[in-house]
Design a protein around this ligand. Structure first.
Ligand SMILES: Cc1ncc(COP(=O)(O)O)c(C=O)c1O
Ligand SMILES: N[C@@H](CCOP(=O)(O)O)C(=O)O
Length: 465
């Protein structure tokens, strides 16, 4: 499998090349040249497999020749061995046609573990083969940071620097990053919001000298390996609900658009996913676009679902590329105009085609608390402030008679203040994190300034010289 940039100017790469590069050299995002196809018979053959086996088979065509299938299988087994639920991603029925797909049984209690636990093994494997060292730079609004750190802490040949917006994650999320004891981890609290952190990461990649000097790599969903590793759980859930003979829909709490894009990729590969519901909080750029063809940047306002506090959704570029008929020049121009003007609308037929597949939904903080309370009262199910928006969207907008997979993206214990406000109880952290509040934190502070951040990354890289 070869990968091409959405902006068409970067060299094509194989899976390992994409994994290590993260962002394409032209600022675009890598996409497979074509989507692997799974026939009805192929899908039936996956039904009933344990999650790690299914994941290896779904990922094999993306990985291609880069990793032997037996090695990929072994990595999938190791990646999910530590998950706290035997089914890895269990489905919980909440209503006649609403199912929570629990993606938070990994070590850091969010869906990011699903991809990053595997990506950590893939990095180590590919780096050992190539004899290379990488420096990962990543941005987080709360969950990617700890999942990435957990996946690569103490791994040889990898340094990781995570930028988080100071004061804008939950305390549990911050401590999950800043209390990890590993010499290869640097946490930076940036004086800004998530979009500032994400821009700083992209700017480091755009600084070609710095990128080459540091051999930068990415753990955010700009790295296609992240998207690929998020596809298998949609295949697994759809099969468990009757696919390929039965259609399903998905409802996904959305920020950077990576998770729902993975569901859409599963649909392109042959899984009968009929509709895609984008659930957002008050940071609703995608919902505004889906309602009125208006993608205008409004900045980021803190909410009770901090991981979705994202102003610009990076992965929308991948969807745009597809709906523009894979016209890289037009995608590049549209993205450049968006960058300059802070606004984007697409040609009417393109917008109609997108909105045929995707519907937007939003909930304010007050509504989110009310949804948590209602769900808890009616079914005893405690959902975190991100997942509950997707669940509410599934109940309200799910196509009639079609089972909706509502992605449950985080464990409620990551957001105890919001949960307590909604239902009056503080969900306890699992045993492996029980002493999180007693652990010592380690991070540095930096301004929202590229030169300052690059200096931090460079100093960290040179710490032992
Ligand atoms: C708990 C949670 N829900 C939802 C999201 C949004 O997912 P995405 O950025 O893939 O749209 C995130 C962060 O990415 C998250 O951490
Ligand atoms: N919501 C994320 C932000 C980054 O998203 P990613 O999927 O591109 O890594 C977070 O919680 O950190």
């Amino acid at each position: 499998m070869r990968y091409t940039s959405t902006r068409g100017q970067a060299e094509q790469k194989d899976f390992s090349g994409v994994l290590l590069a993260g962002l394409a050299a032209d600022g675009g995002l890598y996409m497979p040249l074509s989507w692997p196809q799974f026939s009805t018979a192929d899908l039936r053959a996956l039904r009933g497999l344990p999650y790690p086996e299914l994941a290896a088979r779904v990922l094999a065509p993306f990985v291609g020749e880069c990793v032997k299938f037996a090695d990929l299988q072994a990595m999938c087994r190791r990646a999910y061995a530590g998950f706290s639920h035997k089914a890895t991603t269990p489905l919980v029925q909440l209503d006649t046609n609403v199912y929570a797909l629990e993606l938070f049984h990994g070590p850091t209690l969010a869906f990011k573990d699903m991809a990053l636990q595997l990506v950590g093994h893939l990095f180590e494997h590919v780096l050992a083969e190539r004899g290379e060292k990488i420096r990962i730079v990543g941005a987080t609004s709360g969950d990617t940071g700890s999942a990435a750190i957990e996946a690569v802490a103490n791994r040889k040949n990898i340094d990781i620097t995570i930028l988080h917006p100071e004061g804008k994650t939950s305390e549990v999320q911050r401590r999950q990053m800043t209390t990890v004891k590993a010499d290869n981890v640097l946490n930076i609290a940036v004086d800004g919001n998530f979009d500032d952190c994400q821009d700083l990461v992209k700017a480091m990649f755009a600084d070609t000298e710095f990128r080459a000097e540091m051999n930068l790599s990415a753990v955010n969903s700009i790295n296609f390996a992240r998207i690929a590793a998020q596809i298998p759980y949609y295949v697994y859930a759809a099969l468990n609900l009757g696919a390929p003979e039965r259609e399903v829909a998905v409802s996904v709490p959305t920020g950077n658009f990576g998770n729902i894009l993975a569901a859409w990729a599963a649909h392109k590969m042959g899984v009968p996913i009929k509709h895609f519901i984008v659930a957002s909080n008050r940071n609703d750029i995608l919902t505004r676009f889906l309602e009125a063809n208006d993608m205008s940047v409004h900045g980021v306002t803190p909410s009770l679902s901090p991981s979705m506090d994202i102003g610009i959704s990076s992965n929308f570029e991948r969807l745009l590329f597809e709906f523009l008929g894979r016209d890289a020049a037009l995608t590049a121009k549209t993205m450049a105009d968006f960058r300059t003007s802070g606004k984007m609308s697409v040609a009417e037929p393109v917008w109609r085609a997108i909105t045929k597949d995707f519907t937007g939904f939003r909930r304010s903080d007050e509504e989110t608390l009310a949804e948590i309370a209602r769900l808890y009262r009616e079914s005893g199910y405690l959902a975190d402030p991100h997942s509950v928006i997707g669940i509410a969207a599934a109940r309200e907008l799910g196509p009639v008679g079609v089972p909706v997979i509502a992605a449950a993206t985080a464990h409620p214990a990551k957001f105890p203040d919001a949960i307590e406000k909604a239902v009056g109880v503080r969900p306890p952290l699992p045993a492996h994190l029980a002493d999180l509040y007693q652990r010592n934190e380690k991070f540095i502070r930096a301004p929202n300034d590229l030169a300052a951040i690059e200096a931090c990354v460079r100093n960290f890289a040179n710490r032992n010289t």
